[in-house]
Design a protein around this ligand. Structure first.
Ligand SMILES: [Fe+2]
Length: 299
């Protein structure tokens, strides 16, 4: 399990003090030709597993993005080819990084529409759980949503807001918003509850758990509530926050968080499984899973 600081900054909000960067922006070459057949094989296993599970569970925007990108089962995607397609659609690029990068570097990349993706792939014994986001989590989980203009603008705004939040001492609040949207977000679609968060979309077990299991709470997304809610770093979420419309992310991208930080600064935080009288509850979880967790499910 990760230490709290490392884990709370997982998926990019990181302080990778152990790594020395090759370049000031921490990017490196993907070095695509160096991937081995075994590494492409791990990608294939992961890709095929998720491709079976996501139809009917991932949102339309995710499925469309996946379909329109040069991402397939046979090979780890080439970041240059991904970037070419993304650039045409939303002006984003994928850049390779060796692993977690410091907060400032991460925010600067996002603010400039560059998505830093780990270029390594997990080992065969890590198929279901790993501590640092790899190319499968970062590319399969995140990049399809970057084909969508709403997520494209939202993630850029998040990067721009990151440095402001840091200056205001509100990084934990902002990180919770990121966690419960970009990583573990659900959205209500006309035909049901759907996944858009990358942490879910790259995890077979959580793909099913998040939308179908009776154990977790599903609560309508509300910004201040989310900013005050701790999250699970080592297992499935106890609560998922659900957008009514995917376009709600646009509102989040456009509002000034500073007054919200000020309001929540001295308010108590909630535990991951708490349900409040003020919550718009879509499903009250039984809590069964976290009383007797049977396996780790992240990534
Ligand atoms: Fe991530």
């Amino acid at each position: 399990m990760l230490q709290q600081h490392q884990a709370s900054t997982k998926h990019g909000l990181a302080a990778g003090a152990d790594h020395q960067p090759e370049r000031p922006d921490w990017t490196t070459d993907q070095n695509w030709s160096a991937y081995t057949a075994q590494e492409h094989g791990i990608w294939k296993t992961l890709f095929e597993r998720q491709s079976r599970l996501l139809p009917g569970r991932a949102c339309d925007e995710f499925m469309r993005g996946l379909q329109d990108l040069p991402i397939g089962p046979e090979q780890i995607p080439n970041f240059e080819a991904l970037s070419e397609k993304l650039m045409q659609r939303t002006g984003w690029q994928v850049v390779a990084v060796p692993g977690l990068v410091p907060d400032d570097v991460f925010f600067d990349h996002l603010a400039n529409r560059r998505f830093p993706a780990g270029h390594f792939i997990r080992k065969p014994h890590e198929l279901d759980y790993l501590e640092e986001p790899d190319v499968f989590h970062d590319v399969f989980g995140h990049v399809p949503m970057l084909m969508n203009p709403v997520m494209a603008d939202y993630l850029q705004a998040y990067g721009q807001g990151g440095l402001r939040a840091k200056a205001l001492g509100a990084l934990d609040n902002l990180a919770r918003v990121y966690w419960y949207t970009v990583e573990f977000g659900l959205v209500q679609q006309a035909d049901g509850l759907r996944i858009y968060g990358a942490g879910i979309a790259s995890s077979p077990a959580e793909t099913v758990f998040s939308v179908e299991d009776t154990s977790p709470n599903r609560i309508q997304f509300e910004l201040e509530r989310v900013m005050r809610t701790h999250y699970r770093i080592d297992d499935f979420q106890e609560t998922y926050f659900v957008l009514q419309h995917f376009d709600d992310l646009l509102n989040l991208a456009n509002i000034d968080f500073a007054p919200v930080y000020a309001r929540v600064a001295h308010a108590p935080c909630y535990e991951p499984g708490d349900v409040l009288p003020s919550d718009k509850l879509l499903h009250r979880g039984t809590g069964r899973y976290h009383q007797h967790p049977t396996h780790k499910g992240k990534q």
